[in-house]
Design a protein around this ligand. Structure first.
Ligand code: NAP
Length: 340
């Protein structure tokens, strides 16, 4: 079997998981180049990696570059993606910089793997909260048609990167030191807009049009692009919660044709990448702590809206660093290289 030259850019929350997923999935690697802003040696699951300082020449001979660096002007993808493409490599980017570019496919393999073939050098990985939502909704949309989605996401600290996890840990420890008498603390390294320990806040990203945050708009626009359906009405509230890893989503859908909970449960149970855990009598439903480290999207609490024969609720949980980022990116890479 042919082996490929792979580069991973960024060794933060997602980059580390990317190294782990490549190894666990036995990706056919000839050479692995790991890049970040500064060089150092790191260890992931007792495997040593030498991280090099990023520069254009590092992309000579690279077949696929998996970008997990910060977004925006100072980020890795805006500066270096073109250097990969110029050298004949393919970029798979985890950030938002190219997601809505019409020339760039936005791919969740369980939903729109065929779009990979349309790439012109860059493929985008959707936002973590979008990925798990479309994996769960796509089979329902194909079978029953979805016309309306109302989602509330409960997103873990690691969704905002390693600095947010550090903030949460520091706050928990500061509160413990105070004997929990005072729940208000100020972490030295605060990267989120509010305290997260013993708290939550409906503010992810920046506030944008019509009072929604850009994270909430990502759920709308990215879902439309992946599903190739701009008519689906989608509206969301995104909430940061004091969970380390694993995003949860409470999702209300209105289908075009009636879909009973039993039918949806049966459909999702046989759909790719989904595990249904839906046994409330035995207190069984998906939870983020159980999803951590797993690649599937977990769905439970499937139930009817008593006032709308076409209305259904679902509870959807996934590891934001794995299926929400690294696993999905590596699946795209597998598709680029190995799909017929
Ligand atoms: N966290 C999630 O759940 C999640 C989910 C989906 C998508 N994403 C996206 O994935 C990307 C990475 O997120 P993260 O959570 O892993 O961030 P993070 O923990 O903050 O780590 C960022 C990494 O990127 C590197 N980096 C930043 N700017 C760079 C540059 N100009 N050149 C080279 N390397 C650079 C940093 O290098 P140094 O270590 O040298 O500072 C660091 O290793 C972001 O675009 C994010 O939006 C994240």
């Amino acid at each position: 079997m042919r082996k490929y030259n792979i580069a991973v850019i960024g060794v933060g929350a997602v980059g580390i998981e990317m190294l782990r997923v490549l190894y666990q999935r036995k990706f056919p690697i000839a050479n692995l180049t790991v890049l970040a802003r500064s060089a150092r040696n790191i260890e992931v699951d007792a495997k040593k990696y030498s991280v090099k300082t990023i520069s254009p020449g590092m992309f000579d001979g690279v077949d696929i570059a998996l970008f997990a660096g910060t977004e925006g002007e100072k980020g890795a993808a805006v500066t270096y993606a073109k250097e990969v493409v110029k050298r004949g490599g393919v970029v798979i980017d985890n950030g938002a910089d190219f997601r809505m570019d019409p020339r760039v496919p936005l791919v969740v393999p369980e939903v729109n793997a065929k779009d990979v073939k349309k790439h012109k050098g860059i493929i985008s990985n959707p936002n973590c909260s979008t990925i798990q939502m479309v994996v769960a909704l796509s089979p329902i949309h194909k079978k029953f048609g979805i016309k309306r989605v109302i989602a509330t996401t409960l997103q873990a600290s690691s969704g905002a990167g390693r600095s947010a996890v550090r903030q949460l840990k520091e706050e928990v420890s500061l509160i413990a030191q105070k004997g929990q008498a005072d729940l208000n603390v100020k972490a030295k390294n605060r990267s989120m807009p509010q305290q997260l320990a013993y708290n939550l806040f409906p503010h992810i990203g920046t506030f944008a049009e019509a009072g929604y945050t850009n994270e909430e708009w990502k759920l709308v626009k990215e879902t439309h692009k992946i599903m190739h359906d701009n008519k689906m009405s989608i509206s969301a509230t995104t909430v940061r919660v004091p969970v380390r890893t694993g995003h949860s989503e409470s999702i209300y859908i209105e289908t075009k044709r009636p879909a009973s909970p039993d039918k949806v449960r049966a459909l999702l149970s046989k759909s790719a990448g989904i595990i249904v855990i839906d046994d409330p009598k035995n207190n069984l439903y998906p939870m983020p702590k159980d999803a951590e480290g797993k690649d599937e999207v977990f769905v439970g609490r499937i139930r009817k809206d008593p006032f709308n024969k076409n209305g259904l609720w679902l509870w959807v949980v996934a590891d934001n660093l794995r299926k929400g980022a690294a696993t999905n990116a590596v699946q795209i890479a597998e598709c680029v290289l190995l799909c017929p």
